[in-house]
Design a protein around this ligand. Sequence first.
Ligand SMILES: [Zn+2]
Length: 226
Amino acid sequence: MTPLTCPSCQSRNVRGFREIWSGGTSFSSGSGYGIGSNGQTVAVTTSGQSQTVEAARCAPPTKWSRAKLIMAALLLVPLLGMWAFVMSRGMSIFSLPLNDLGWVPYVVLVLVGYLVWQGPPVYVQRTVVHPELMRHWNAQVKCLDCSREFYRDGTMDFAFNPKVQDFSWRRVMERVPAFRIVLKLAMWALMAILALCLLLSHSLLFLGGLALVGAGYYGLFMRKGA
Ligand SMILES: [Zn+2]
């Protein structure tokens, strides 16, 4: 063990966040109460994980899940299959009524939009941001006598890599103004088309699409901050 001392009280009774977390978290089944490794009483949940409050406070940073992205991608497969089936019979899917297979392109549009929208942020969080957060977590130490939190090198400040940043479509737009203009025009065009379809068909599907694109437009171009 490295002889770490607390910069506040010079105590040697210090633990890394990782040790506090793994020492206070146990996996079991059933429910009731157990004794944590550091003598604290902990509640055991039926989900199988029990944790002291302290251990929960020192939990590692979460890695974003890609389950929803995988699900969206898997859903696309049968939909594109249906689309290809319609095309193979020499028909346009857009000529089919919505209650036949006419709905397929709109669901495909929503799924592809979701993948494009959420794919890059999730990918960057998992591959770039999360490792940096783990590096920070691994460096964190807590004094068990005075509760002071500091880093393994004895400092109070952690040198985050300034190059590591969350992915944000807003930031992409700030850096590439042409992208911002094209996206804005595309969304206006899409809203106009949806509004026209709504007027012509009175289908609630287009109202939903209009609300969805409108919400996206608001989030991207009108909401302040974030
Ligand atoms: Zn201390």
